[in-house]
Write a protein that binds this ligand. Sequence first.
Ligand SMILES: CC(C)(COP(=O)(O)OP(=O)(O)OC[C@H]1O[C@@H](n2cnc3c(N)ncnc32)[C@H](O)[C@@H]1OP(=O)(O)O)[C@@H](O)C(=O)NCCC(=O)NCCS
Length: 194
Amino acid sequence: MTALPGTPESTETPEPGTLCTERLLLRPPRESDVDAIHEACQEAEIQRWTVVPVPYRREDAEYFVKDLAVNGRRTGENLVWCVIERATGALVGTQGLVRCPGRPGAAEIGWWATKEYRGRGYTAEAARAVARHGLTELGLRRLEWVAYVGNEGSRAVAERVGFRFEGTLRSFAEQRGEYRDTWIGGLLATDLAG
Ligand SMILES: CC(C)(COP(=O)(O)OP(=O)(O)OC[C@H]1O[C@@H](n2cnc3c(N)ncnc32)[C@H](O)[C@@H]1OP(=O)(O)O)[C@@H](O)C(=O)NCCC(=O)NCCS
């Protein structure tokens, strides 16, 4: 898998919904992201640990960008960001924040990183910005991190961001029609460091 070429992203007049960190720009997905998302989601670890459809077709990336992300932002129920490396404009992952149905003030955070850009601290950097945005600007009460048991990488990211591990829920989260045992962690505004 190759990273698709990009150009450095300007942060001077950010579009609404954009978050900026030292190395990254988090912005709503665009049609021009479809190919990079489609390519990234072919990767085995993303398919193993997330709910992306398998096989992952170009139409799935189009649905993600043009439908799920657009409607999610319109309703405020599901915020999705493409994570862009500012220096190159490359897509390095995605982040999401979806409201927990029936539990006001609670939302679940989610992420994946493109294989080539893992191990640089990008996911933790992006997730910190999303968590802070959720718990401060959006006024959320509680963020949840939920991962299938054994996803040590995701757990390490959650711990770096400050999530407190809260336990294992058996047969809890669905993945493509099957329920899997799930780790859960929580982050409250009072947990945010610095
Ligand atoms: C999990 C995943 C998002 C990590 O992305 P990443 O960009 O490599 O993470 P970061 O570079 O920000 O790493 C943050 C910390 O987690 C640690 N970490 C990352 N992957 C790890 C792994 N597989 N095992 C142990 N620790 C790991 C890093 O070493 C780093 O620790 P440090 O701060 O001490 O250096 C990425 O591997 C991925 O996309 N996996 C497939 C999709 C997925 O699992 N999504 C989450 C579903 S809940």
